[in-house]
Every structure is written in C-alpha cells, then in structure tokens.
Design a binder for this molecule. Structure first.
Ligand SMILES: [Zn+2]
Length: 266
C-alpha cells in the first residue's frame, strides 16, 4: 500500500539529537549577550552623531518601529531590531529625525523600514481582531449592515475588514473636533465614533463615513513628491466622489457638526 511508506521529507525535518546537544554546548554565545553587544554598538553610533548620552532599547513590535524621548540630557530610543544592522546613512537619518523630525530623514527611515519589513513579525489581522471587542450593532445604526451593503454596491464585496463602534475618547468640556471614523491597516478594523449612533444622524451620513474608511482599505498611505505622508491621495478623493449621497452628507455635516461635537455618547 502506498501509505505504508512515509515521505522522505518527514525524517529529514526531524531534529537530530546531535543537533540539539550542539546547541547546548557551553561557550556558544547566548542570543541575549549578542543583543547586548549589538545594542552597545548602535548606542555608540548614535551617541557620536547626537553628541549626547543615548540609551537604546530593542524590541520586536509589529506596529511602531521607532519611539524616542529626551529627558535630562539623555536620548532614550526604542527601536525595532531591524535597526541593529542599519547602514550609516540610516543611522544618520535616525539621529537627524530624533533631533529635528524633518521630512527628509523621515523618508529615509520609511524606505529602510519598507525594505526590511520581512523582519517584522507577522500578526494576522484575525489575531489582532480577536483582541478587540467588536460592537457593530448600535441602537440606531447597524454598522455591519451598512458595511455589507456598501461593499456589495461599490466594491464587488471585495473589502475584507471588520467594523465596530469605537470607544468614545473621554473629553472634558465641549469637543473642538471629532474623529468620525478610522481605519487600522494592521487589524483591518474600521472604527466609527459612537456619536454617530443617534436617531438625528441620517443613515446616508453614517454611510458616507463608513464608505470613506473602506476606501482606506483600497488606497494605501504613500509619500507625496514633497516627502510628506499622503493619506488621501488624488485617486482616493476621486473615488470618494462616486458615493451616491456625497453632497447631501457633506451638507448635513456642515449644518450639524455642532450637534456631533456636543453629543455625549453613553
Ligand atoms: Zn480618511
């Protein structure tokens, strides 16, 4: 019977006992010690460029690659491990960016991150979504229904994303602005501000906000010619004009923004 013979690859994949003991031999550098050495190296490279004390922490985050702050003459940087082996121009850009946040160095860093994204640990959108509690059904507007209909009407049902009402950020006093919706590229989750879940907010307005966030799933953020991040490129804006109730929705927003700013979602 053909099943009696195991495929050759199975035995090949097994780790031999010899291999296992070899890894435990004393004198083999532990990964942590190597990391320390590399961290010192990058600290030194940054210190000479920043002319200041530098403390670097290395992480394996999936989202934010660089964070930094300065306190009492010390630069603290948290960097993804892809930066450990970065070439000089990237380290220079890192130092410039930390000091001045200029668009040129920011673009150099973005390109480096883009080229090295294979080193970013992959967390599936499904895993990320599992950590969130999705609440798409409001008292007045059912976001999943709105999403499904728009997906069917405008996108041949090709948009794969989850949708939910987001938590209302707590603000004291009257709001000065309101973020009606957002889209997370990593988790593919659209969040809609709960202030939109009111009977006075017309369905077409909620639809427009959802439609806008769905377009973020279609058009990636890119750099404009001036090096700045372009969240709504011209083709995005062009596509948005296809929304059937755009004028009406924009007019409603103009007239009722105050109402949304004042609302206190429960
Ligand atoms: Zn947008």
């Amino acid at each position: 019977m053909p099943r009696a013979t195991k495929p050759k690859t199975v035995s090949k994949k097994r780790i031999s006992p010899a291999g296992r003991t070899a890894r435990q031999l004393p004198g083999t550098p532990e990964p942590n010690r190597l990391l320390k050495v590399w961290r010192r190296v990058i600290e030194r490279r940054l210190r000479s460029r920043l002319r200041s004390r530098v403390a670097v922490e290395i992480h394996d985050n999936t989202h934010t690659m660089i964070t930094f702050q300065r306190s009492r003459g010390l630069w603290r940087l948290r960097l993804h491990h892809m930066f450990l082996a970065a070439p000089d121009d990237v380290i220079q850009a890192l130092a410039d960016f930390v000091r001045t946040a200029d668009p040129v160095s920011s673009a150099v860093l973005d390109r480096y991150i883009e080229r090295n994204k294979v080193f970013i640990r992959r967390v599936s959108p499904a895993q990320l979504r599992k950590r969130l509690r999705l609440e798409p059904v409001g008292r007045h507007h059912d976001l999943s229904r709105i999403f499904e209909r728009l997906n069917d009407r405008y996108f041949q049902s090709r948009i794969s994303a989850a949708i939910t009402y987001g938590p209302a950020p707590r603000v004291k006093g009257p709001r000065k602005s309101i973020k009606m919706g957002s889209y997370s590229m990593e988790s593919r989750v659209i969040r809609i501000h709960p202030a939109l879940d009111q009977p006075v907010v017309p369905r077409y307005f909620v639809e427009w906000i959802v439609f806008h966030e769905m377009l973020h799933n279609v058009y990636r953020v890119r750099r404009g010619d001036d090096g700045r991040r372009c969240v709504h490129p011209p083709e995005f804006m062009e596509h948005e004009r296809r929304f059937h109730d755009l004028r009406r929705a924009q007019a409603w927003e103009d007239e009722n923004l105050d109402l949304l700013l004042r609302s206190r979602p429960v």
